[in-house]
Write a protein that binds this ligand. Structure first.
Ligand SMILES: NC(=O)c1ccc[n+]([C@@H]2O[C@H](COP(=O)([O-])OP(=O)(O)OC[C@H]3O[C@@H](n4cnc5c(N)ncnc54)[C@H](OP(=O)(O)O)[C@@H]3O)[C@@H](O)[C@H]2O)c1
Length: 252
């Protein structure tokens, strides 16, 4: 199994959840990896799991200075990139009457603005036939009242993926998205909600899900591998839903 043999990969938000599961799978498939996160302890723990060759860089996904520093470090290490997986994201509840401008700006900066500028600034180091993958969310199709800013940031990403797919396919670079439903990650389990509210949300999701369970991070990682590898050579500007059928019952 060497679908990514020798390929160079940068995964933002690679220290936990979907990003870490993807990093493990890509590494097993022969990739050379750089991952980012913010929390130094989580980054160190990820490095231990992934092996000493993995480049781990603390970098704020919504900060343009950090993005430039990150990419210059990756360039120094790898020279060029074959796969750019833009997965770092922030999810927090923002009920309409309580949301602040600070929350709005933070969510949009990390989930949308950071992705746009990481792609822009990584462009000179992307190899021909590179694959760019962006993590969106099924909330970008279904309407999510208490997470409206998050959902809108992920809807903006869906549009961005389509536009940039057309912009970049002439250079041989494919841009696609993974659209996860409820996935049992550290991030999901850290959502800032009171315990009983959080449990009620989990129970409700499981009850409504056609597959009756949360997804596992490695079930998303396998789709990321498909999009990263030549197996998806003819897939351009797509958003692949990985949700156990959730959008089938969520959509009006
Ligand atoms: N889990 C779900 O149900 C679900 C559903 C749909 C979409 N998603 C999307 O999937 C992606 C991964 O989420 P996850 O559930 O795997 O979460 P997770 O377990 O919390 O992992 C998130 C990763 O992103 C990093 N990160 C978060 N904010 C960052 C920032 N501002 N700058 C740099 N790195 C940052 C985290 O690093 P630190 O821990 O150091 O901050 C961590 O490595 C996100 O884009 C999320 O919106 C998740």
């Amino acid at each position: 199994m060497n679908k990514l043999n020798g390929k160079t990969v940068l995964i933002t938000g690679g220290s936990s959840g979907i990003g870490l599961a993807t990093a493990k799978l890509f590494s097993a498939e022969g990739a050379r990896l750089a991952i980012t996160g913010r929390d130094p302890e989580r980054l160190a723990a990820a490095k231990e799991q992934l092996g000493g060759d993995t480049l781990t860089i603390a970098s704020e996904a919504g900060c343009l200075n950090d993005i430039e520093t990150l990419l210059s470090q990756v360039k120094q290490h790898f020279e060029t990139l074959d796969v750019l997986f833009l997965n770092a994201g922030v999810a927090e509840p923002t009920p309409l009457e309580m949301a602040t401008e600070e929350q709005f700006d933070h969510i949009m900066r990390v989930n949308f603005k950071g992705v746009f500028f990481t792609i822009q600034k990584a462009l000179p180091m992307l190899n021909p036939n590179a694959s760019i993958i962006v993590t969106t969310s099924i909330t970008n199709r279904s309407g999510t009242p208490n997470f409206s800013i998050y959902a809108a940031s992920k809807a903006a990403l869906r549009s961005l993926v389509q536009s940039l797919a057309l912009t970049l396919i002439g250079r041989g670079i494919r841009v696609n998205a993974i659209n996860p439903g409820p996935i049992d990650t550290e991030g999901f389990n850290r959502l800032p909600l009171p315990g009983e509210v959080f449990q009620a949300i989990k129970d409700d999701i499981e009850a409504r899900s056609p597959i009756k369970r949360f997804g596992a991070p490695d079930e998303v990682a396998k789709v990321a591998l498909f999009l990263a590898s030549d197996d998806s050579a003819y897939v351009v500007g797509e958003e692949i839903v990985v949700d156990g059928g959730m959008t089938l019952v969520c959509l009006p």
